[in-house]
Ligand binder design. Structure first.
Ligand code: ARG
Length: 377
């Protein structure tokens, strides 16, 4: 029986991908014409086709190469691709997610990695994870309006509480995973503590910073984006790189609708907050970013700064240009959220093409991760 998630792969997208794969990897054991015929036959007979291991590796890497919001694409070829298409039950999916976290964390020597789970087929839905990242901190708002934890996660935190999670109510509580096996109800799983590497934050010059009790997790594993390769959708394909410090120090800890910590840091530093023109926000922001980079480095956890990463991105642009490819990029995401104008990526414009394969954030996935009700459910 067909299910509502099913969407037949587009023939021309499938062919376009197979051609791209062969163009960038000539001399395949199965020649292009034969593979194209095979794919067309499978589409006609089964309504879908199956990627070979080599096609899956290439497709996932090119989806990263095409991710116009990512500044870290220089290493796209080194993405490790784990084939998890055989995982079906919630327990198997959970085990695969735990393996991903362990292998990607690699004791702090973080490896860019993606685990690709089963695509939907005409008669079976794809597995799903509702979380936006494998590791996230809960967010709460008490009756009197006091904000605790990651305010970006309050909706999702409510969802997992309704599913039965006992919330500790702290500032950095790791949320459970919500795993949904094909055709099944969502299941809660706690991540094993030992799999979640975290870094306590301290500042090299201000001992008081450590006493704020701040921390962040080592590896951001995005788990709610659909990987689309040659017309085939992989709704569960969690992937990670390593952090750039500003993601934590200029956004997660700082955005008013996240941890909103600039006033707290300013007080610690004894800054004059009586007027905007003292630039107390800017000073607190820079010191917070120094603390993040310092702490990750001290803990032996791979991280990068925005100056280094901006230069690497320009290297990436030059290399891709040499290969005759365009690099689609979104200026507002590529330019770092601190010191934009003193990084080289600020001073130019970029191509804005939407190339395939690609990662997509669907409205339904966004709604699940926000704790809302996906349309129609
Ligand atoms: N910005 C997100 C976060 O702070 C992570 C996005 C992916 N980042 C990365 N370095 N691969 O958690």
């Amino acid at each position: 029986m067909q299910h509502d998630q099913w969407r037949m792969p587009d023939r021309s997208e499938a062919e376009e991908f197979i051609r791209l794969f062969h163009a960038e990897h000539p001399n395949q054991p199965v020649p292009l014409s034969m593979r194209l015929r095979q794919v067309r036959e499978h589409l006609d007979t089964y309504g879908t086709y199956r990627h070979t291991r080599a096609e899956l590796d290439f497709g996932a890497r090119v989806a990263w190469r095409n991710a116009s919001r990512c500044i870290g694409r220089l290493y796209w070829k080194s993405l490790r691709v784990i084939d998890r298409r055989a995982a079906v039950t919630a327990d198997e999916i959970y085990a695969g997610l735990c393996d991903h976290l362990r292998l990607a964390t690699n004791h702090g020597r973080v490896r860019p990695m993606i685990s690709v789970f089963a695509p939907a087929t005409p008669d079976r839905a794809a597995p799903l994870v509702w979380n936006s990242q494998l590791v996230r901190y809960a967010g709460y708002r008490d009756r009197d309006g006091t904000a605790i934890g990651d305010q970006g996660q309050t909706g999702f935190t409510d969802t997992v509480r309704r599913l039965g999670w006992q919330a500790p109510g702290g500032w950095f509580d790791i949320l459970p995973l919500v795993v949904q096996a094909p055709g099944d109800k969502p299941q809660l799983y706690d991540l094993p503590r030992e799999l979640v590497l975290e870094v306590p934050l301290s500042h090299p010059d201000f001992p008081g910073f450590a006493r704020l009790g701040l921390r962040w997790y080592a590896v951001p594993v995005i788990s709610h984006m659909r990987l689309s390769i040659g017309g085939v959708d992989y709704p569960l394909a969690p992937f990670n790189g390593w952090y750039m410090g500003t993601e934590i120090g200029a956004r997660n800890l700082v955005d008013p609708d996240r941890y909103n910590l600039l006033p707290v840091v300013a007080r610690l530093l004894g800054l004059d907050t009586s007027s905007e023109s003292t630039l107390w926000r800017d000073r607190a922001l820079v010191e917070t970013n120094i603390a993040v980079l310092h702490s990750f480095e001290a803990a032996g956890v791979k991280i990068t700064d925005h100056h280094t990463e901006s230069r690497r991105f320009l290297t990436h642009l030059a290399r891709e240009e040499e290969e005759g490819r365009i690099v689609p990029a979104d200026w507002s995401w590529i330019v770092p959220p601190v010191s934009g104008g003193i990084t080289p990526v600020f001073h130019r414009y970029y191509d804005e093409a939407e190339l395939r394969p690609a990662f997509h954030l669907d409205a339904e996935a966004r709604a699940r991760a926000a704790g809302g009700c996906p349309a129609g459910h």
